[in-house]
Design a protein around this ligand. Structure first.
Ligand SMILES: Nc1nc2c(ncn2[C@@H]2O[C@H](COP(=O)(O)OP(=O)(O)OP(=O)(O)O)[C@@H](O)[C@H]2O)c(=O)[nH]1
Ligand SMILES: [Mg+2]
Length: 235
């Protein structure tokens, strides 16, 4: 198998729907999930590129692994549940710091999932009013509906905080409105749009990295054990 050309990582609190989003996109279904242990990845061929998409565990006990998964990431999907404001707060408090190991030109997408659970007249009417795919709802699903807890503007505000944290200029990165999505893994709403928008954005990042030369890795097969001198120093 060819080495992946780029890496995308899903981060977010437990239960927000990271695994479900990935399975909806890759397997075109919404199966029952169990809380993720550690992490897992899918490989997606996009044009002539191999992109690995990493699903991580939101549970606190696996938190330490997050920065390892983010190492060298070309894009990070920060996922929250639109019905649980605390899941957006957690992204800032607990998950953003894990992305310090990502590429310097890493892209960030903010994803509010489970819009299918929203009360009719909130999400659906936004969709009819044509507010655009990034900020609309998920349609009916037969589940009990609740009023919307987290607004798209909250996600946009968080995106701007990320830019501040990363010391990035708004004019050098994609606009907040382009990078904030509302999705439903259950109905599939906006799921293709999310992943495929990111794939298209990640390709130029891959090309830029290739132009900069091979990654700085150590070839341990060519490593020779240093000869020890009598004084204990290496020769
Ligand atoms: N209604 C609805 N339920 C969803 C949606 N996405 C996920 N769920 C449900 O939410 C629960 C958690 O989903 P997961 O995909 O396992 O969540 P996760 O973020 O991967 O959780 P961890 O692996 O513990 O970090 C499951 O019962 C899913 O069926 C969605 O879009 N709509
Ligand atoms: Mg999971």
């Amino acid at each position: 198998m060819r080495k992946p050309d780029g890496k995308i990582v899903l981060l977010g609190d437990m239960n927000v729907g990271k695994t479900s989003l990935l399975q909806r996109y890759m397997e075109r279904r919404f199966p029952d999930t169990v809380s993720t242990v550690g992490g897992a990845f899918y490989l997606k061929q996009w044009r002539s590129y191999n992109i690995s998409i990493w699903d991580t565990a939101g549970r606190e006990q696996f938190h330490g692994l997050g920065s390892m998964y983010c190492r060298g990431a070309a894009a990070v999907i920060l996922t929250y549940d639109v019905n649980h404001p605390q899941s957006l707060v957690e992204l800032e408090d607990r998950f953003l710091g894990l992305t310090d190991t990502a590429n310097t030109d890493c892209l960030f997408a903010i994803v509010g999932n489970k819009v299918d659970l929203l009360e009719d007249g909130t999400a659906d009417s936004q969709e009819k009013e044509g507010l655009g795919p990034g900020v609309a709802g998920g349609g009916s699903s037969g589940s009990p509906k609740v009023p919307k807890q987290v607004q798209p503007e909250d996600a946009v505000a968080f995106y701007k905080k990320i830019l501040k944290y990363k010391m990035l200029d708004e004019k050098d990165v994609p606009a907040a409105e382009q990078m904030c999505f509302e999705t439903s893994a259950k109905t599939g709403y906006n799921v293709d749009l999310l992943f495929e928008t990111l794939f298209d954005m990640v390709v130029p990042v891959i090309l830029r990295q290739r132009a900069q030369g091979p990654p700085q890795t150590v070839d341990i097969t060519s490593y020779k054990t240093p000869r020890r001198t009598r004084s204990g120093c290496c020769a």
